[in-house]
Design a protein around this ligand. Structure first.
Ligand SMILES: Cc1cc2nc3c(=O)[nH]c(=O)nc-3n(C[C@H](O)[C@H](O)[C@H](O)COP(=O)(O)OP(=O)(O)OC[C@H]3O[C@@H](n4cnc5c(N)ncnc54)[C@H](O)[C@@H]3O)c2cc1C
Ligand code: SF4
Length: 337
């Protein structure tokens, strides 16, 4: 057993102060952190319970956007009338993840900071640079069916497992944080990192920083969107490949395109050129194939996951069609039509 202190913070400044050591962790819904502690993967010296900070609201912003409290549950966020009406891409991505029970407990801040599902990360008998820096990567040359095809390094080929974050990336969300040095905003594209030679660090959060909210810009992609998630079974499984698409159509031409992929890299994957190439173009198989090639430029399999490259190519093209014709993937009937 690993002893740890437990503090229930009553305010944001109190929570930040209580994170006195790098070995401390914020505790939200606990659906990932407590598992990691039970598996002996993480052994924090201190837990700071943030559930009473009053960060559970979802409210409109003066600029027309929407602020999602870090402590709002994934379930409440997905079912919020404004999220369903104005950001159905986000609602769909959240509902594609985990199970109803987990989504009731899981929070938005926790979802951003959940850790990889690489098998070796959870298996403390094996080397893993993310869990134990410098020990090696068991997935390279090992069992790597679920691993990255983009942005990986010689130190780590893990993927980020979140569905919600793929939609947040496509929507250009902004993460609000407060830490020992005050408040700051992090554009979503800069929140998660590629592994490089420091895979132990998943995000650009500085020590002690707390996510307080996630802001969604005012842009409305509610007519042409889809979150297409492909996995080994239809429910309760992490993505092998997922694609979030948000389009603004002008007749049959694409006025603006947003494309993000999950299950393929250490962070939600976006490539500006893949979106730019669609701008002003017709929705067509040829144009969608071109965007898919750009989004997958540099993709490299690790052996067991080579199939992901072809799967991703087909998923991007299908997702673009679903969004263009306004028939998004249903998250209650998950069959792929
Ligand atoms: C069986 C199972 C299946 C799942 N399937 C899916 C799936 O298909 N798709 C998917 O996207 N997710 C899936 N999940 C993951 C689930 O979405 C996450 O566990 C959940 O979102 C984490 O939220 P939490 O509030 O419980 O975080 P916690 O477990 O409390 O915390 C997770 C991490 O985030 C940190 N943290 C929490 N809140 C903050 C904050 N406000 N600021 C800074 N750091 C913070 C904690 O310190 C910890 O390191 C699954 C989980 C399980 C157990
Ligand atoms: S891929 Fe990353 S998380 Fe998995 S074993 Fe290698 S270093 Fe660890």
């Amino acid at each position: 057993m690993n002893p740890f202190t437990f503090t229930r913070a009553g305010s944001v400044p109190e929570a930040v102060r209580a994170m006195g050591t790098p070995q401390a962790r914020y505790l939200a819904g606990g659906t990932n952190l407590i598992d990691l502690m039970k598996e002996n993967v993480e052994h924090p010296a201190a837990l700071v319970d943030i559930n009473r900070l009053g960060l559970g609201d979802i409210e409109e912003l003066p600029n027309g956007g929407l602020r999602l409290g870090a402590l709002a549950s994934n379930a409440d966020t997905a079912r919020h009338p404004l999220v369903m009406k104005r950001y159905p891409l986000l609602a769909s991505a959240i509902l594609a993840g985990a199970s109803p029970q987990l989504r009731n407990a899981a929070t938005n801040g926790g979802n951003l900071n959940q850790r990889t599902r690489c098998y070796y990360f959870y298996d403390t008998a094996t080397p893993c640079n993310k869990r134990n820096p410098g020990s090696g990567c068991s997935a390279i040359g090992g069992v790597n069916r679920i691993h990255a095809i983009l942005g990986a390094s010689d130190s780590c080929i893990a993927t980020h497992p979140s569905d919600m974050c793929v939609a947040l990336a496509a929507l250009d969300a902004v993460v609000q944080v407060t830490g020992p040095e005050g408040e700051r905003e992090i554009p979503f594209a800069e929140y998660h990192r590629l592994p490089g030679n420091t895979p132990q660090q998943d995000t650009t959060l500085r020590p002690g920083e707390l996510v307080t909210a996630i802001d969604l810009p005012a842009e409305d992609f509610s007519a042409h969107y889809t979150y297409l998630k492909l996995r080994d079974r239809l429910s309760y499984a992490f993505a092998l490949v997922s694609v979030a698409v948000a389009l603004r159509m002008d007749g049959d031409r694409i006025a603006e395109a947003r494309l993000a992929m999950g299950g393929v890299a250490h962070k939600p994957w976006r490539v500006p050129d893949a979106e730019q190439v669609l701008k002003g173009q017709q929705a067509s198989a040829e144009n969608f194939a071109r965007a898919a090639e750009l989004l997958l430029q540099g993709a490299k399999g690790q052996g067991e996951n080579n199939f992901k490259i072809g799967l991703a190519r087909r998923a991007i093209r299908r997702a673009l069609w679903q969004a263009a014709v306004g028939t998004p993937q249903s998250q209650t009937d998950k069959r792929i039509a």
